[in-house]
Design a protein around this ligand. Structure first.
Ligand code: KDG
Length: 308
């Protein structure tokens, strides 16, 4: 898989509550597409990342971390602007909810541009992947996604609408244009985003409205699980009840695991069942990438949970 996006440094509150009273933060490497890339690799397939980080300690941290996870970072450029950061406030004011607070305006990642997208790299991929976040961060990053999608028909896209980055109208217009111009093989979305995109929160009805843009649609439904729509059929995979530490990155864990398994030849249904395990493990710790499981861990989870 080749993926385009912004790698961010996450500063996660060690304790719950309003950030003004939080004194300790834990550093992680994050960013939706980087999370996808690592989840994809954990299930045995390769991933190349296209993007920019700052020529600074956080940028070096991100590159070294992702390289250590097996990501091909040859196309991650060093940029003169700083690496983007975000803080996470947890369980306040909504229990079990995590809020991202961004410090990323003018960041290195937002300088991603079409010139960073090398034709031979994208054309050769089994899958080219990006998200709504990359469409939102700058015009040049958006143009880079359009260019990458024009070079390869095996596309996947996670709508990932972050309303701190743009308005619902801007999100709808950019995402629907991308999907109209470049329909995808896999569309990963959820009911909050489908309300913005097609005015529908019912997963079945939303997927009917989106089906002309994607061969396979995954509708995430938080802790309830996720539905899969393909060829007129529907499959629902339920979630698991576990102690929640931080939900940030759970959707990327689900998406990255699913895409890797279908790329390896798993059925769509089995890939979704396994992907739900990945997102379940993800919410149990702080950090978006540390708990991403491989096949043996997913199978152990399923075997042990089955006994209960
Ligand atoms: O899906 C998790 C991401 O939201 C997180 O890693 C940070 O990429 C990020 C963003 O832009 O919110």
């Amino acid at each position: 898989m080749v993926t385009l996006g912004e790698i961010l440094i996450e500063l996660n509150a060690v304790t719950s509550g309003p950030l003004r009273h939080v004194n300790y933060f834990e550093k992680h490497v994050a960013g939706s597409e980087a999370n996808y890339c690592v989840a994809f690799i954990r299930l045995g397939n390769g991933c190349t990342y296209i993007g920019r980080v700052g020529r600074d300690e956080f940028g070096y941290n991100a590159i070294e971390w992702l390289r250590g996870k097996g990501v091909n970072v040859e196309h991650v450029k060093l940029d003169e602007n700083p690496t983007g950061l975000f803080f996470i406030q947890r369980n306040y004011p909504v229990p079990l909810h995590s809020e991202s607070i961004y410090y990323r305006k003018g960041s290195a990642g937002s300088k991603l541009s079409p010139e960073d997208v090398k034709e031979d790299v994208v054309r050769g991929a089994d899958l080219v992947h990006s998200t709504g976040i990359t469409l939102a961060i700058s015009n040049s990053a958006r143009d880079a996604v359009f260019k990458a999608f024009s070079l390869n028909e095996r596309r996947s896209f996670d709508t990932n609408i972050r309303l701190k980055l743009w308005t619902p109208e801007e999100a709808r217009s950019a995402i629907m244009k991308l999907l109209r111009d470049y329909p995808v093989k896999y569309l990963i979305t959820d009911v909050d985003d489908s309300r913005i995109l097609v005015g529908e929160t019912d997963p079945d009805r939303a997927s009917t409205l989106l089906k002309e843009y994607a061969e396979v649609i995954i509708m995430k439904q938080g802790p309830r699980g996720a539905s899969l729509y393909h060829d007129g059929g529907r499959y629902f995979s339920p979630g698991y009840s576990v102690p929640v530490e931080d939900v940030t990155g759970a959707g990327d864990a689900l998406g990255g695991t699913f895409l890797s398994l279908v790329t390896s030849g798993f059925s769509l249904e089995k890939a979704l069942d396994y992907a739900i395990v990945s997102s379940t493990l993800n919410v149990m710790i702080r950090g978006d990438q540390e708990n991403l499981p491989g096949l043996p861990e997913i199978e152990t989870f399923l075997r042990e949970m089955d006994k209960k």
